[in-house]
Design a protein around this ligand. Structure first.
Ligand SMILES: Cc1cc2nc3c(=O)[nH]c(=O)nc-3n(C[C@H](O)[C@H](O)[C@H](O)COP(=O)(O)O)c2cc1C
Length: 310
């Protein structure tokens, strides 16, 4: 039932190429890029253009754009398709001030005309076989139902699916996701609804499909635990220590191959999580946090070469 309907959500600062390849190895049916600034693409910003890197082994992949300007989003969407996007997702969910104050992300929940214009422009810019989806929150604040009111307008403007993270923007990432909103949207909308929020295992994923979601996305729970995809899909135990250690080594190698020295800082987000997932002990995690070069990381990770038995 879950096959291919378990996706990896877009996560800024996390869903890099190496991360996407990692979750794909464990069964992610669709992966997303980090959110990419449409304006950065339009202006040819070097760092932004780096986000467009996508290997031939990464499909199917959704590229997520954020921006408040329909024309810029349309031009950026063309660049995403040229870079290999199978799907273009528009971010109308990000609650971060820096993003919202430019009229992008969750700000669009409160600006329906601009949101519709964005969808229309992007749908017109990409080939017909590339679906344009939109990721929304339940609203800006408790009780406003902005997401529910906007969603049908986005569909009328051409959105092929709606992904909902049913926390309000004001909630940021706190509290529980309110998936009654997901169920309502799934019942009301004529397009697939993808659910995001608090998916931490098979029971949560199946419950969302039961409530009408067409697919389910993992986010925070898959960080440092890419094998959660397989655990959910196969309804089985976690992989052995040897398998987990091998995955970590492969992931780390791909991080450095694709990010170079920037990989050191990026990986600091993962060491405590790998420890929590029992890939290694606290002591090793602490030392990895202090590592300042790829060479140091490699020396420390060599300790995983002789993994404990499962
Ligand atoms: C660090 C971080 C970065 C995120 N970046 C994005 C992003 O770039 N685009 C987006 O649509 N959602 C982003 N999200 C939201 C996730 O995609 C997801 O909807 C949310 O975390 C809820 O799922 P969870 O409760 O399973 O974590 C981010 C969340 C976190 C914690």
């Amino acid at each position: 039932m879950l096959d291919r309907r378990l996706f990896m959500a877009p996560m800024a600062g996390l869903t890099t190429q190496a991360f996407r390849r990692s979750v794909r190895r464990w069964g992610a049916g669709l992966v997303h890029t980090e959110m990419i600034a449409a304006m950065g693409i339009v202006h040819g910003n070097r760092r932004t253009l780096d986000y467009l890197a996508c290997g031939s082994d990464e499909h199917p992949i959704g590229f997520q754009l954020f921006g408040g300007d329909a024309t810029a989003l349309a031009r950026a969407a063309e660049a995403c398709v040229a870079a290999g996007a199978d799907l273009v997702d528009l971010n109308m969910a990000c609650p971060v001030r820096k993003v919202v104050k430019t009229g992008a992300g969750a700000a669009l929940l409160g600006a329906p005309e601009a949101a519709e214009a964005a969808v229309r422009a992007v749908v017109a810019a990409v080939p017909a076989h590339v679906p344009v989806t939109v990721k929304i929150r339940s609203g800006l604040r408790e009780g406003d139902e902005a997401g529910r009111r906007l969603a049908p307008r986005l569909v009328a403007a051409g959105a092929a699916a709606i992904c909902v993270h049913p926390r309000t923007a004001a909630q940021l990432y706190r509290g529980r996701a309110d998936h009654t909103v997901t169920a309502t949207l799934a019942a009301e909308l004529p397009v697939p609804v993808v659910a995001s929020g608090d998916v931490d295992g098979r029971a949560a994923a199946l419950a969302l499909l039961d409530r009408g979601a067409a697919a389910v996305m993992l986010a925070r729970h898959a960080v440092g635990r890419p094998w959660l995809f397989r655990e959910i899909l196969a309804d089985g135990p976690p992989p052995s220590n040897a398998e987990r250690s091998a995955e970590v080594r492969r992931f780390v190698a791909e991080v450095f191959a694709t990010m170079g020295p920037r990989g050191v800082g990026y990986l600091r987000q993962f060491w405590p999580r790998f420890r929590r997932a029992r890939v290694f002990e606290r002591e090793l995690a602490t030392e990895l946090m202090k590592a300042t070069s790829e060479a140091e990381v490699s020396v420390l990770l060599a300790r995983l070469e002789a993994p404990r038995t499962a």
